[in-house]
Design a protein around this ligand. Structure first.
Ligand code: FES
Length: 103
């Protein structure tokens, strides 16, 4: 199911926190592409929005692990992947796809 969220995409490489139902999410724009991911590091429970976007990766502020925003995989270690979500611009709104199993 698609949820309409922001009225415009975040500026390039900036992160915007949003909430959909019980999910704490981040939306960012990299090279004109929208990315959405859970705002929680899979390593320990810290907000990834405290980190920084580098290329198409998010770097966690606590231990510096980086996660690919397409695959969700950690590029530094073999830990649980980051939850990522489909994001698109539709009718001028940023829409995020959330499945029932994601909630
Ligand atoms: S808490 Fe994010 S890398 Fe350790």
């Amino acid at each position: 199911m698609w949820f309409n969220t922001l009225e415009s995409p975040p500026l390039p490489n900036l992160m915007k926190e949003i909430h959909i139902e019980d999910l704490d999410l981040v939306i960012t724009t990299i090279n004109k592409q929208l990315y959405c991911f859970e705002n929680r590091c899979p390593h320990e429970d810290i907000k990834l929005s405290l980190g920084c976007v580098q290329g198409n990766e998010i770097k966690c502020a606590l231990h510096g692990y980086k996660f690919n925003l397409v695959s969700g995989l950690c590029v530094d270690d073999d830990i649980h992947p980051l939850n990522t979500f489909q994001a698109k611009l539709k009718d001028g709104l940023v829409s995020i796809q959330i499945e029932e199993a994601d909630k």
